[in-house]
Write a protein that binds this ligand. Structure first.
Ligand code: GDP
Length: 344
């Protein structure tokens, strides 16, 4: 049996929320989140999802007041129909069965575009959603993708502060969302369906390159032989790719699973833990987290600058200078320099 205790993935006993901060509404909410209050967590997520400036200020205060806790962040991607919800439900229940607390968050680029969601369906993962050790949060509708990235990073932080041991960040295999999710995860898992060899080409190389584990789902019944062949095909393809610096031999790996039958889930979890333990021992885990934190900071600064450009009076200046450039009265470079100077 692999060692599946919380200790292998979670850091030592978390500190309580800082109480020295002034007892604002944000600090009070942070304390409730840190105490594992699910309603408070849901409220906190709604707060970080809001774009209202006063909410934003409160969200910033809330995030600053959270205790520093770490979960294992697992990014999971797969095209619609591959079995993501079925897998997350089975995998999540396996983890909660081992005494771990699991949060599931969704990054749904379709909702960013159209307001309609592929992942937001409330009836998904019914059993897991009733499990007191699990917390499921669908993707918000009608957020732009940049907003989705910010909201997801902050939601991950909230879930970690709330004491979840594993945070699963789910996305559909379209657009830029995989890279986005991989960039905020410790591990990236790609869920695939059994397929003929020719379909292997359909998986973009870039996605193969960010995957730590490829799980070929539906390895049951009549589909099992095809699934096993698909695993062998991907294992072959992965061997041809350059091993990532800091990773052990044999990774990235391809494995068969059946979310419906519950087969291969323990093995998949053991691989995730083995890779995580190795990366921790090598210092790769912490280095990656540090890099992600820095990337998050830069993304926030950029988002903040863009938000300021959209506000008055900057927006008016931007329009005026844009019109002057269009009319040939001002040079684009000079106009940009003038614009940036007004932000100083
Ligand atoms: P999602 O769109 O990726 O979330 O996929 P779902 O979890 O909704 O699953 C899509 C379909 O595949 C459903 O009909 C599931 O019952 C089926 N499915 C999911 N996992 C398995 C599996 O392990 N084996 C088989 N045979 N079918 C599965």
């Amino acid at each position: 049996m692999p060692d599946t205790s919380a200790e292998t993935i979670a850091p030592p006993a978390p500190e309580p929320a800082p109480v020295s901060a002034p007892d604002t509404a944000a600090a009070a909410l942070a304390r409730r989140v840190a105490a594992g209050d699910r309603r408070a967590l849901a409220r906190a997520i709604t707060l970080v999802e809001s774009t209202r400036p006063d909410h934003r200020a409160e969200a910033v205060a809330l995030l600053a007041a959270l205790p520093d806790r770490q979960a294992l962040r697992i990014g999971l991607s797969g095209t619609p129909g591959v079995g993501k919800s079925t897998f997350i439900e089975a995998f999540g229940l396996m983890l909660t069965g081992q005494g771990l607390r699991v949060a599931v968050l969704a990054v749904d680029p379709s909702s960013a575009r159209s307001g309609g969601s592929i992942l937001g369906d409330k009836t998904r993962m019914e059993r897991l959603s009733r499990d007191p050790a699990a917390f499921i949060r669908p993707s918000p509708s009608r957020a732009e993708l940049g907003g989705v990235a910010r909201r997801t990073r902050e939601t991950v932080r909230l879930a970690e502060a709330a004491g979840y041991d594993v945070v699963l960040i789910e996305t559909v295999g379209v657009g830029q969302s995989e890279t986005l999710v991989a960039e905020m995860s410790d591990l990236f898992v790609l869920l695939l369906a059994p397929a003929g060899g020719d379909e292997l080409q359909g998986v973009k190389r870039g996605i193969m390159e960010i995957a730590d584990l490829i799980l070929v789902n539906k390895a049951d019944g009549e589909l099992r032989p095809t699934a096993l062949r698909t695993v062998a095909d991907y294992a072959g393809a992965l061997r041809l790719m350059r091993k990532r610096a800091g990773d052990p031999e044999g990774f990235p790996k391809a494995l068969p699973v059946s979310a419906v039958a519950g087969d291969g889930l323990t093995a998949a979890w053991a691989e995730m833990q083995a890779l995580t333990d190795w990366r921790r021992a090598q210092g790769v885990f912490a280095a990656r987290r540090a890099e992600q934190a820095e990337g998050w900071f830069l993304a926030e600064v950029r988002a903040g600058l863009l938000a300021r450009l959209a506000e008055e009076p900057a927006a008016a200046t931007l329009r005026r200078l844009g019109a002057e450039v269009a009319a040939g009265r001002t040079d684009p470079v000079a106009a940009a320099a003038e614009m940036l100077a007004t932000l100083g």
